[in-house]
Design a protein around this ligand. Structure first.
Ligand code: GDP
Ligand code: MG
Length: 179
């Protein structure tokens, strides 16, 4: 692959969180698909992908962790969050329960994660928003994000809408925080 650790200026970890089935793995594979390395770690149930991004004149290597299905069993351990500087907190706009669970994810993230972890709240599956299947309005996501001080975006992993933007938003904001 094009870069190794020695060539990048910053290396940081970010995590994907949110209920099972909201689209975390598809968001990650969309984002990582160009320059990507997917390391499967079936024994600990975590996968991660790398993506190198240029911000200004610096090369940033983002290591993004996916839960690999462990969220189903509430088996995510503190090591998953440890050292993460960013998080994409994902819900499914067609499943209200996944939106209502955001508070719990946020609580866990703040308990186990870095104190000033950068969080982007993501309402995924926006491609289904024009049908009757939407259960969470965009305004609700926006309002919740505002009260919690998070960034917010609706995405579609299926149609590749806003996926790049959501990750890049998190990554450039982390870069801001860490420099
Ligand atoms: P995860 O459990 O959070 O990792 O979710 P997955 O990435 O495995 O996706 C769960 C299901 O939702 C799969 O059937 C995906 O095809 C579907 N899915 C994921 N993202 C989207 C999206 O943006 N739009 C639609 N319509 N379906 C999606
Ligand atoms: Mg998954």
């Amino acid at each position: 692959h094009a870069f190794d650790d020695q060539e990048c200026d910053y290396l940081f970890k970010a995590v994907l969180i949110g209920d099972s089935g909201v689209g975390k793995s598809n968001l990650l594979s969309r984002f990582a698909k160009d320059e990507f390395r997917l390391d499967s770690k079936p024994t600990i149930g975590v996968e991660f992908a790398y993506r190198n991004i240029k911000v200004g004149d610096k090369l940033i290597k983002a290591q993004i962790w996916d839960t690999a299905g462990q969220e189903r069993f509430r088996a995510i351990t503190s090591s998953y969050y440890r050292g993460a500087l960013g998080a994409l907190l994902v819900y499914d706009i067609t499943r209200r329960s996944t939106y209502e669970n955001i508070r719990n994810w946020l609580r866990e993230l703040r308990e186990f994660g870095n104190e000033d972890v950068v969080v982007v709240l993501v309402g995924n599956k926006s491609d289904l928003g024009s049908l009757n299947s939407r259960q969470v309005n965009e305004e609700e996501g926006k309002a919740f994000a505002e009260t919690e001080g998070l960034c917010f975006m609706e995405t579609s992993a299926l149609q590749n809408l806003n996926v790049e933007e959501a990750f890049l938003h998190m990554i450039t904001k982390i870069h801001h925080v860490t420099t």
